[in-house]
Design a protein around this ligand. Structure first.
Ligand SMILES: NC(=O)N[C@@H](CC(=O)O)C(=O)O
Ligand SMILES: [Zn+2]
Ligand SMILES: [Zn+2]
Length: 344
């Protein structure tokens, strides 16, 4: 008999973009439906670069939050000018859990990002000292490096020296997309972990490019070939404590995606755990979903696991074609398609 119902400890999302302004009501509603906590990415325009900015952004999210179980965990956006002092201030606030390294120009709203780790070495040393996590968008940006190789090259050029230089710093390689990253993280010391998105588990670059270009699958790091997808599936479903749930749900308005120069980012918060459940079921590994979604993340961050549960039920339902996104619309992943699990 196949499983028809699955109860797990309430999950958390360790990487999500809620954006700001008139879309915050929609993005907060979707992420708080059953997620307990969420690491809130700081790449707003302008980015959240200081403690006061993080406190203000948190207040705007909480003003839209109607779920008692939901808590936003804030993140500072590192720039070449981030000081050790600002890191200490952020830590002392009690609501900032991490700082994010966006290599300048690597992804959506990363123009103010870091141009060289050397520039922020004092800030990173302060993070190591006070116990603040470093979250990394792991892609090099040099124009000579092919977009499909940017993560693998980043591991050699940036991650390995970073891990060696700051041996007590907790580092999360965000939204990993290659077997190189799976191998690197697996072999790294226990202070190095990684988030994996649902879309990188369910899709590869053929889904994006065969039979016409599908802009809603365009995200960064870009979907890779199926052998990398397979490595990610094996890592996520293995039970290995280094890998945990981070949706990287990154909404852009329909018109900004369906464009001659479309934005990077896929919306998955409408069905986050349901999408992961499909991937885990495909691997015959539903029994390891709870570790990936609800245990490994808080354990890595040094936070308590959630104490309540959610229940997924086997049930056919259709993903809406469009969802409201402030005064605009967003096209969710699997728009118009059937899903097989649902949190009731
Ligand atoms: N993943 C994406 O393709 N886009 C993210 C930025 C990011 O996480 O790199 C976004 O903010 O839109
Ligand atoms: Zn990123
Ligand atoms: Zn992201």
């Amino acid at each position: 008999m196949s499983t028809t119902s699955l109860t797990i400890t309430r999950p958390d999302d360790w990487h999500v973009h809620l954006r700001d302004g008139d879309v915050l009501a929609d993005t907060t509603r979707d992420i708080s439906r059953y997620m307990g906590r969420a690491i809130i990415m700081p790449n707003l325009v302008p980015p959240v670069t200081d403690t006061q900015g993080a406190l203000d952004y948190r207040a705007r999210i909480m003003a839209n939050n109607k779920a008692a179980h939901f808590e936003p965990l804030m993140v500072l956006y590192l720039t070449d000018n981030t000081t050790a002092d600002e890191i200490r201030k952020a830590k002392a606030s009690g609501v900032v859990y991490a700082a994010k390294l966006y290599p300048a120009g690597a992804t959506t709203n990363s123009d103010s990002g870091v141009t060289s780790v050397d520039n922020i070495a004092p800030a990173i040393a302060a993070m190591e000292e006070v116990g603040m996590l470093l979250l990394v968008h792991g892609e090099v940006t040099h124009h000579d490096i092919d977009i499909f190789d940017r993560e693998a090259v980043f591991i050699e050029r940036v991650m390995k020296p970073l891990v060696a230089r700051f041996p007590n710093l907790k580092i999360v390689m965000e939204h990993i997309t290659t077997k190189h990253a799976v191998e690197f993280v697996s072999q790294a010391p226990s202070n190095v972990g990684a988030t994996i998105t649902a879309h990188h588990l369910l899709y590869n670059r053929n889904h994006m490019l065969v039979g016409g270009i599908k802009p809603h699958f365009y995200c960064l790091p870009i979907l890779k070939r199926n052998t990398h997808q397979q490595a990610l599936l094996e890592a996520a479903t293995s039970g290995n404590k280094k890998f945990f749930l981070g949706t990287d749900s990154a909404p852009h308005a329909k018109g900004a995606k369906e464009s001659a120069c479309g934005c990077a980012g896929s919306y998955t918060a409408h069905a986050a755990i349901e999408l992961y459940a499909e991937a885990f079921e495909m691997m015959n590994a539903l029994g390891n979903l709870e570790a990936f979604a609800s245990f490994n993340g808080p354990d890595f961050y040094g936070l308590p696991r959630n104490s309540d549960t959610i229940t997924l039920e086997k049930c056919e339902w259709a993903v809406p074609e469009l969802m409201s996104f402030g005064s605009d619309k967003v096209v969710p992943i699997k728009a118009g398609e059937m899903m097989t699990w649902q949190v009731k």
